[in-house]
Design a protein around this ligand. Structure first.
Ligand code: NAD
Length: 337
């Protein structure tokens, strides 16, 4: 046991978000500021994240942006000085992993190790590590309730998805190891597919939402792959930001919990929700999976259970899919994204 009190209030404390110019990072920064953080440092190498994602924070005296790379330990060591809590988001997801697996494994594994090393060297009080439901794998073997003890399934999934999931498993274990060795308090949050304002094209599952919206805007019939019965379980980005804050503020340490939306959906329901939110009467067409694209298939119905997050960090999702899609589409329409 660490012997310390692992609860770290957001108010009056300094936080650093690694990979801060991201979908999750930009919304979490808003949440931390709202809760009274003394300072929020956004560290990013801007390989995927953009200055646009954090433009709304420009000029805020409590926000500092640092250009840095998780592959360069010395940059992290310097940036983490005087920081109370670190949220580690920087990663390459399945689509990027598919393009460049070696870089993906480097960033996700060596990068996580460097973050841990810089955190413990600087006496950071708590680390929150962004993991993923990818630690349960993909494919027909993934069915029923996915709880934190569900094992990894690699049968029938594309290599990049397996490499991504495996890299998150390694990241989680590096956190556990640092807790055991050095008493570094940490919480692992296994996000399901995140969606919301400032949505990007890098997440294989959230693409279902934005590609559908893009087609509707172009006057084309939205596409449902196969019969549309595949399960998808999303979580709204504002709920993820609340979970990140709750993970610091709770007494919990040395735990891994799922962070998922109120309920799963099917791809057909998802497409119908986007049609509804846009007021479109275009009828969806059923198509075969596009060749050459990474697709994350699920066989039977599954649900990512977030009961454990309620117990460990007092969190549950608030925004359902219909409302979250409405907000995402409103943001895309307003910004022309
Ligand atoms: N988006 C999802 O659906 C989802 C689902 C489950 C888990 N996650 C995890 O949540 C985290 C955040 O996801 P997101 O969608 O906000 O991601 P994102 O792609 O928007 O952000 C990742 C950020 O990391 C930065 N980055 C990449 N390599 C870096 C490096 N070498 N050094 C410094 N910064 C680097 C990128 O520039 C980017 O800003 C990731 O760890 C991801 O694996 C995301």
């Amino acid at each position: 046991m660490s012997g310390k009190n692992p609860a770290l209030p957001i108010k009056d404390h300094r936080f650093l978000i690694v990979g801060g110019a991201s979908l999750v990072g930009s919304t979490t920064a808003d949440e931390f500021l709202r809760r009274g953080a003394k300072e929020v440092v956004l560290l990013d190498n801007f390989s995927f994240g953009s200055k646009d994602a954090i433009k709304h924070l420009e000029g805020n005296p409590r926000v500092r942006v640092v250009q840095g790379d998780v592959m360069r330990l010395h940059e992290l060591l310097k940036a983490f000085e005087g920081v109370d809590g670190v949220l580690h988001l920087a990663a390459m997801m399945t689509i990027s992993m598919d393009r460049d697996p070696w870089a993906g494994l480097d960033v996700n594994i060596r990068g996580a190790q460097n973050v841990i090393e810089a955190a413990r060297t600087n006496g950071v009080k708590k680390l929150v590590f962004a993991s993923s439901n990818a630690v349960y794998g993909y494919g027909p073997g993934v069915a029923g309730d996915l709880v934190e003890s569900t094992p990894f399934n690699s049968v029938g999934a594309p290599p990049a998805a397996i490499l991504y999931g495996a890299s998150k498993i390694v990241g989680e274990q590096l956190c556990r190891d640092a807790y055991r060795r050095y008493g570094l308090d940490y919480v692992v949050l296994r996000y399901s597919t995140v969606y919301g304002e400032r949505q990007h094209y890098r997440a294989a599952n959230a693409l279902y939402i934005i590609e559908t919206h893009d087609r509707i805007k172009a006057g084309e019939r939205p596409r449902v792959i196969g019969d549309g019965s595949e399960s998808k379980h999303f979580v709204y980005v504002g709920d993820v930001a609340r979970a990140n804050a709750a993970a610091f503020e709770a007494k919990a340490t040395d735990v891994q919990v799922n962070v998922s939306g109120p309920a799963p959906t099917t791809t057909l329901e998802l497409v119908q929700m986007v049609c509804e939110a846009t007021g479109s009467d275009l009828k969806p067409e059923h198509v075969e999976p596009p060749a050459g694209k990474v697709r994350l298939t699920s066989g039977g119905a599954f649900k990512i259970d977030h009961t454990a997050a309620g117990k460990a960090i007092g969190w549950k999702p608030e925004v359902d899919m219909r409302e979250g899609i409405r907000r995402l589409i409103e943001w895309r329409d307003e910004t022309g994204a």
